[in-house]
Design a protein around this ligand. Structure first.
Ligand code: NAD
Ligand code: GLY
Length: 365
């Protein structure tokens, strides 16, 4: 087992990465302060892993909230279902919530934990590649609104993150690729050596080579933990770098009503658009944009804006973003592979050009 730390002073916590960790009571026991434990999961993940997780928490008094599966259910209504269970079962402030599932379950469980009785503790047990490399770490929690992705939320750090890499065995190939979008993101933000490693090991990752996956997960968590430790609440701009591709991506998700495009797929399109805008600004070479596009496509990710969202719609949707300041959307752009920055130093005309060129040409459609 590999143990990393998210270094946040009194709120520091471990990330455990390894095989067969779900059933291990020793990992979680030190992080559960009282008897009441509510496991939040969904109808897809529960039949696969709920019994195992319940076994690990056997010494506690556990209940389960079973939510419907999907990004469309990442809503305040689902949060209310968690609250109803907590209140019905008379959960108190010493209770622990356990998120068992992908990023949707993790974000909602964390948000419910942040709000219930003004804050209770929670544990992340991410079961998708995307949630293992990104959403379970760093304490961003929340839900979507029909008008904007992740617009309602709170910062609330988990007590620990338990990444059992065995859970990836049941994940389908499309979801695995979606997770790789966030992995590639780390290479582009500030880890060019990792980007080159990913280029060399893309086939191994797609073939689910366990060593390659374990390495990619640990390195991603390490990269994310380092950024979160520097800027937990995204005040200095450092943490915003983790949003590379996300302003474009969130616009695609919202514009698709949270169906059709997985979060990681939308982020992949966004990363490609960010690279193209960076190239228009003279900050990236055409060869660098090609390297980025090739790696995304090699791991079976889309790189073009879906035809059902117009460039004008993209522009409007991008205005609903947490990085908007003084009416201008600040974007994460690239000045090289592994060199990202938060900037508003681009013209509306160049952004518009990037968007209008961001659709597949007729041959590719
Ligand atoms: P997801 O939670 O919808 O999971 C994807 C699908 O895989 C779901 O159908 C799920 O039920 C299923 N699943 C989960 N584990 C499985 C397993 N082991 N085997 C088989 N199926 C399994 O999606 P995701 O990609 O994990 O997460 C995306 C969400 O994460 C988005 O809402 C995004 O906004 C959020 N996110 C948050 C952060 C953050 O910092 N908080 C970062 C990145 C993404
Ligand atoms: N996923 C972006 C962040 O955690 O800041």
């Amino acid at each position: 087992m590999n143990t990393l730390t998210v270094d946040l002073g009194a709120r520091s916590y471990p990330i455990y990465i390894g095989q067969n960790l779900l059933t291990d009571p020793q990992l979680i026991t030190p992080h559960v302060v009282a008897q009441q434990v509510m496991i939040v999961t969904n109808e897809t993940v529960a039949p696969l892993y709920l019994d195992k997780v319940r076994a690990a928490y056997a010494q506690f008094n556990t209940h389960v909230v079973l939510l419907p599966d999907g990004e469309v259910y990442k809503t305040l209504e689902s949060i209310n279902r968690i609250f109803e269970q907590l209140l019905t079962q008379r959960y108190n402030r010493q209770a622990t919530l356990v998120a068992l599932g992908g990023g949707v379950i993790g974000d909602m469980t964390g948000f419910a934990a942040a709000c219930y009785q003004r804050g209770i503790q929670f544990i992340q047990t991410p079961t998708t590649l995307l949630s293992q490399v990104d959403s379970s770490v760093g304490g961003k929690t929340g839900v979507n609104h029909p008008l904007g992705k992740n617009m309602i939320g709170a910062f609330h750090q988990p007590r620990c993150v338990v990444i059992d890499t065995d859970t990836l065995a049941t994940l389908d190939d499309r979801q695995l690729s979606a997770g790789l979008a966030e992995v590639i993101k780390y290479g582009l933000i500030n880890d060019p050596e990792f980007f080159s490693w990913l280029e060399a090991h893309a086939d191994a990752l797609l073939a689910r080579d366990s060593n390659a996956l374990a390495y990619a997960i640990a390195r991603s968590c390490q990269d994310k933990a380092a950024i979160v430790a520097q800027d937990e609440h995204e005040t200095s701009g450092t943490r915003a770098l983790l949003n590379l591709g996300h302003t474009f991506g969130h616009a695609i998700e919202t514009g698709s009503n949270y169906v059709g495009y997985l979060h990681g797929e939308a982020v992949a399109i966004g990363i490609h658009l960010a690279a193209q805008l960076s190239q228009h600004l003279g900050w990236l070479t055409l060869q660098e944009v090609e390297r980025i596009k090739n790696l995304l496509q090699k791991v079976h990710l889309p790189v073009h804006i879906p035809a059902h969202i117009s460039a004008e719609q993209m522009l409007a949707l991008m205005q609903v973003d947490k990085k908007v300041q003084h009416g201008k959307v600040r974007l994460i752009l690239l000045q090289g592979i592994g060199k990202s920055l938060l900037t508003e130093d681009y013209s509306a005309a160049l952004l518009h050009k990037t968007l209008t060129e961001g659709y597949a040409d007729l041959m590719e459609r």
